[in-house]
Write a protein that binds this ligand. Structure first.
Ligand SMILES: [Zn+2]
Length: 105
């Protein structure tokens, strides 16, 4: 699947072009009939890729320097990319610890 075609966030099926928003962002609709639609700007796709990189770095024992070398960027660039994701991570940890509390009851 070409990377310019997003996957349906609901059923993971293929999506087809469905016009554009008023600011020119491509709009997509699920082909398989679940009816989901999404808009995906290039900025979103880039952010998604960086977030995946961030999660991989968090979950592995790879150092930031190693990770940077792997994607051909400097450590400073990755630090800048990742700065915005720390807030999300805090929320994710909160969600996990809430779940843990429920399980103990
Ligand atoms: Zn779908």
């Amino acid at each position: 699947m070409p990377s310019s075609h997003p996957q349906c966030p609901v059923c993971h099926g293929p999506m087809k072009k469905n016009g554009t928003t008023s600011n020119g962002t491509q709009r997509w609709r699920c082909k398989t009939g679940c009816g989901a639609s999404l808009t995906q700007s290039n900025g979103d796709a880039i952010q998604a890729g960086r977030f995946q990189l961030f999660m991989r770095w968090l979950l592995n024992s790879t150092s930031l320097t190693q990770q940077a070398r792997e994607v051909g960027r400097s450590r400073a660039t990755l630090t800048r990319w990742f700065n915005q994701f720390w807030l999300i991570r805090v929320n994710a940890i909160a969600a996990v610890s809430d779940g843990g509390k429920v399980a103990q009851e």
